[in-house]
Design a protein. Structure first.
Length: 580
């Protein structure tokens, strides 16, 4: 008899996400539903605003993806007004992208996703000497492991033991320790735990890297319609040197820890079905990002692949992008191009049902109405088909398109781990792709830095002039890849103000519900077929969902334009807990 498992909320993500899976008598997932529980109202806020202010507002869509939406808002207006920013501005924005991607990917793996792979309590049983020797197996050629000396690992173990002895694991509590799908040895768990702590230091360096040209982080402030405003920093050799130093520190950690830990996971989890199960959705979509010279981009593919085929690349046609709301809490169900998108909420709630409780018994609960509307996220489609976006899409589509830098890094990793190319299309592959994208940036990111310095010697321009004619109507967009995948912002300007704005974000592509034809998005589609060891401890589901690095705050927000109170958030300043 089919039973439902409800995970609400999915934690260690940005925003509020509820996932429900239906399992058969063998605990195999036969259906899945992704439900975002807050509404994004940014499109409503932007209407009637001066387009030059759009970037500062879109940057507030999310507290994690601040630069992504800031740049998207600025660039969409530039595209609408026909503005071509100077090369110095384009390259500076790319350097800020590098800071964002390295920061985002490393924090995602260690602070948000690692505990799906790493059993912290197992690390207490490790032999630090053996762990130190083990660490040398996984670093790429030419590198030595970091933060894995015997004395360092002993200190990490002592720190973890203090948490365990006081009966409160702090940041490591409320996990499924001892779950059968954890595959690292105690020594491997200790190595990864050490890197978890080390990355807290690297996170600070990455934030500083963004602030060098952004002014601060989060919410950098140096972008403006037409270019960038950080000309004094660009003319200061000390600031340029600071960027170079911090970039190299992050690139070093990416090789000596991040690369090594993913390679270690590939070795340890190769026999775990929930990690190696082939994906069900084989369509992957990406857009070029990170301009590193006047005419080149680090990731230069604009297009997609179908049915997992790495031998055939298809260019993108922007006119084939639509969003619909058959199962989303909005009034207008029909597929619409984002330029014509509508954001009219129509909340219908959940229905009464049953799900498996923490003791394994069925309990009454609210569940999604699978025949009705059940998410605040819409359903984006390309040419009527669901697509997965994200680092995996960026890497495999660029690979298929012949990007030599991407091909070299991917091939090296597959050879180093002994994995076949098909392993890319798994939960392990999606997690590895984030690391591989970081490695491409680490190895080639300084091309943009050097080109910027060369260009500054002959051109100091950072902003292009422009004007807005209030008697004209404009439309424009930003499309590009950000840490979680393909992001696009679409705007119409009339009478000198914003008439319509739509943001189609990566987590909308991946987390959206089924469309009117029953075609599921990536979250829902790829969970089907997975078997749970224990439905009361659905670690397999959480690991899969975390591998996308969900940013539901980007996909949905909540507001009431009439000022009506919709809810309250109470924070306990002593214990850091909160309740709604």
């Amino acid at each position: 008899m089919a039973k439902r498992v409800v995970i609400d909320p999915i934690t260690r993500i940005e925003g509020h996400l509820r996932v429900e899976v239906v399992v058969d008598d063998n605990n195999k997932i036969i259906d899945a539903y992704s439900s975002a529980t807050l509404w994004r109202g940014i499109e409503v806020i932007l209407k009637g605003r001066d387009p030059r202010d759009a970037g500062f507002m879109t940057g507030r869509i999310c507290g994690v993806c601040t630069y992504s939406h800031y740049k998207a808002g600025i660039t969409a207006v530039e595209d609408a007004l026909g503005i071509e920013p100077p090369l110095n501005a384009k390259l500076t924005r790319t350097l800020m992208d590098y800071a964002l991607f390295m920061h985002d990917h490393m924090v995602h793996f260690y602070q948000l996703h690692a505990l799906d792979w790493v059993d912290i309590l197992s690390a207490l049983k490790a032999d630090p000497k053996k762990a130190s020797e083990e660490a040398f197996k996984y670093v790429p050629k030419g590198y030595n492991p970091i933060a894995t000396g015997e004395d360092e690992l002993k200190q990490v173990q002592e720190t973890l033991q203090k948490f365990a002895d006081r009966g409160d694991l702090g940041p490591f509590k409320n996990a499924y320790w001892g779950h059968k799908t954890y595959k690292f040895t105690p020594e491997q768990n200790l190595i990864a735990a050490s890197h978890y702590l080390k990355n807290l230091e690297m996170q600070r360096i990455a934030a500083q890297l963004m602030a060098i040209f952004g002014g601060k982080n989060p919410h950098p402030q140096s972008l403006t319609v037409g270019g960038v405003t950080c000309i004094m920093d660009l003319q200061d050799p000390a600031r340029l040197g600071e960027y170079l130093t911090k970039f190299k520190q992050l690139a070093d950690f990416a090789h000596r820890a991040y690369y090594a830990d993913i390679a270690m996971a590939a070795a340890a989890f190769g026999s775990e079905p929930s990690v190696t199960k082939p994906l069900n959705l084989g369509n992957f979509l990406t857009y070029r990002t990170m301009q590193d010279s006047a005419n080149t981009w680090l990731f230069d593919a604009n297009g997609y692949i179908k049915d997992f085929n790495l031998n055939k690349f298809y260019p993108i046609d922007e006119n084939k992008i639509t969003e619909e709301a058959t199962h989303s809490w909005y009034k207008d169900n029909e597929p619409l191009h984002p330029y014509d998108g509508k954001t009219n909420p129509d909340y219908t709630g959940y229905k009464d049902g049953e799900s498996i409780g923490p003791d394994g018994k069925m309990v009454h609960t609210k569940v999604v109405d699978e025949k009705g509307k059940y998410s605040w996220i819409k359903s984006p489609r390309y040419d009527d088909e669901p697509m997965e976006v994200g680092p995996l899409a960026c890497m495999v589509v660029n690979y298929a398109a012949g990007n030599k830098k991407v091909q070299a890094v991917v091939n090296e990793f597959l050879e180093f781990t002994g994995l076949p190319a098909s392993a890319l299309f798994t939960v392990l592959g999606r997690t590895a792709a984030r690391m591989l994208q970081t490695i491409v940036i680490a190895r080639h990111g300084l091309n943009a830095f050097n080109n910027l310095i060369d260009n500054l010697k002959k051109d100091q321009t950072t902003v292009a002039p422009y004007k807005i004619d209030k008697n004209k109507e404009y439309q424009g967009r930003f499309i590009g890849d950000v840490p979680r995948g393909m992001l696009s912002h679409w705007c119409r300007i009339k009478d000198g103000v914003i008439q319509n704005w739509q943001a189609v974000v990566p987590s909308t592509w991946n987390a959206g519900p089924a469309d009117g034809k029953g075609k599921k998005g990536a979250y829902e589609a790829n969970l089907i077929g997975m078997t749970l060891q224990d439905p009361t401890k659905p670690l397999e589901v959480i690991r899969d969902i975390h591998s996308y690095d969900p940013c539901i705050a980007c996909a949905v927000h909540v507001m009431d334009v009439k000022g009506k109170k919709l809810g309250a958030l109470k924070v306990d300043p002593l214990y850091g807990g909160c309740s709604i």
